[in-house]
Design a protein around this ligand. Structure first.
Ligand SMILES: CC(C)(COP(=O)(O)OP(=O)(O)OC[C@H]1O[C@@H](n2cnc3c(N)ncnc32)[C@H](O)[C@@H]1OP(=O)(O)O)[C@@H](O)C(=O)NCCC(=O)NCCS
Length: 143
C-alpha cells in the first residue's frame, strides 16, 4: 500500500472520483456536478493505492489565512477499519504542516466525528445540514 499526491484530470483522479461516488454520494442518491470537480484543480489530492487499485482518498483545500480544509475522506467499503483512514490523516497532516498551514478543519459527517476525534479534532459550533445529512465543523491546530 502506498500514499501519494495525484494530479487533477489524471487516470488516478478518475479512480478517486469513482471511489468518492460509490462511498459518499451514491448511498445518498447524489452525484458530482462537473463544476464541483473542476474547482478541485487547485486542491491537494491524496490517494492510497495497492498497485493500480485505489483504496482510499482525501482532499486538502486552501481556505487562506493558514487554514486548510480536509474534504472527501473515503475508504473502499471492504477495506474500512484496517487503518487506511488513519494513514491518510497522518499523510494529510504532515503535508499540510510542510506547506505551512496552521489549522486543519473539516465538515464532518456526524457518523465520522468519532474518527476525527481519534486524531484530536474538536467539534466547533452547532450541527448543520450538508448534502441532506447532519454535519459538524471540526478543527485542530497543526503544531
Ligand atoms: C471514516 C473512514 C474514512 C475511516 O477510515 P478507516 O480506514 O475505516 O478508519 P481506520 O481503520 O484508519 O480507523 C482509525 C480509528 O478510527 C476508528 N474509526 C473509524 N471509523 C470510525 C467512525 N466512523 N466513527 C468512530 N470511530 C471510527 C477506528 O475504530 C480506529 O480506531 P482505533 O485506532 O482505536 O482502532 C471510513 O470508514 C469511510 O470511508 N467511511 C465512509 C465515508 C465517510 O463517512 N467519510 C467521512 C466523511 S466526513
Amino acid at each position: 500500500m502506498g500514499l501519494k499526491q495525484i494530479d487533477h484530470s489524471s487516470k488516478e483522479y478518475d479512480q478517486m472520483v469513482t471511489l468518492r461516488f460509490e462511498i459518499m454520494r451514491k448511498p445518498l442518491g447524489l452525484t458530482f456536478a462537473p463544476e464541483e470537480l473542476a474547482k478541485e484543480k487547485d486542491d491537494i489530492l491524496i490517494a492510497s493505492f495497492d498497485d493500480d487499485e485505489i483504496l482510499g482518498c482525501c482532499i486538502l483545500s486552501d481556505m487562506k489565512n493558514g487554514c486548510v480544509r480536509l474534504r472527501q475522506m473515503a475508504v473502499q467499503k471492504n477495506m474500512q477499519g484496517k487503518g487506511i483512514g488513519e494513514s491518510m490523516m497522518m499523510f494529510a497532516e504532515t503535508l499540510a504542516r510542510d506547506k505551512g498551514f496552521k489549522t486543519m478543519t473539516m465538515h464532518a459527517r456526524d457518523t465520522a466525528i468519532g474518527f476525527y476525534e481519534k486524531f484530536g479534532y474538536k467539534v466547533k459550533g452547532a450541527e448543520f445540514t450538508e448534502i441532506n445529512i447532519p454535519h459538524h465543523i471540526m478543527e485542530k491546530r497543526l503544531l
